[in-house]
Write a protein that binds this ligand. Sequence first.
Ligand SMILES: Nc1ncnc2c1ncn2[C@@H]1O[C@H](COP(=O)(O)OP(=O)(O)OP(=O)(O)O)[C@@H](O)[C@H]1O
Ligand SMILES: [Mg+2]
Length: 232
Amino acid sequence: MDDKTYAILCENLTKTFGEGETAVHALRGINFRAQLGKLTLLVGPSGCGKTTLLSVITGLLDATAGHLNILNQDPAKASASQRLLFRRDNIGFVFQSYNLLPALTAAENAAIPLLAAGTPWEVALAKSEQVLTTLGLKKRLLARPAELSGGEQQRVAIARAIVHEPRLIVCDEPTSALDAQTGHSVMELLSKTVLSPERAIIVVTHDERIFPFAHTIAHMNDGVITRTDYAN
Ligand SMILES: Nc1ncnc2c1ncn2[C@@H]1O[C@H](COP(=O)(O)OP(=O)(O)OP(=O)(O)O)[C@@H](O)[C@H]1O
Ligand SMILES: [Mg+2]
């Protein structure tokens, strides 16, 4: 199999929090793949390890054991600073809890990945405002997170994940706070405009309304992938 067609390859990944009797075995040997050019859903009950798996894939957490390959890179062979730069340039992440910076406006929050990479302020803000506008937030560009509804904050988090056009976009419950129509248009944007042959999108969801957007659905339970369905 040609590994270059995969954005993510996980083999026997484990993640244990803590030690001894109180240890939590959140990932128990994950074998998971996400293809370039595809939208892969990760579904499973609360507590089964979905956020933990995304955190390991995106380098926010280190795996306890196993092998991980991201966009043909082995993070285990990179230094901490190389991993940080790689993540900055190649990965967009929508957190389950949004993680917006309260002191910044919507436009500034969504511009963070560009600003972190050294893009001039005006250019970064213009791009951020354009992405927020496509997400229906043209009138809320100058609002701060506390002034935004949950669904609006969620869309700012989505804008922040895609603004720098990363090759891997990882979304943890990106439609949980959105009404049916807004959720549908966000998934249309991700699957039709943002997805390309060079990119992969991974979405954790409980939202069955977005299943039709997926090329692949990986089912997870109790720290392992139990089944993978491929759309025709
Ligand atoms: N930092 C941590 N320390 C200890 N245990 C943790 C930590 N983070 C997660 N866990 C535990 O690991 C398991 C998997 O958690 P995780 O957040 O990955 O689940 P999830 O599938 O994302 O759930 P949900 O659908 O509710 O978001 C849970 O039992 C959780 O309590
Ligand atoms: Mg979670």
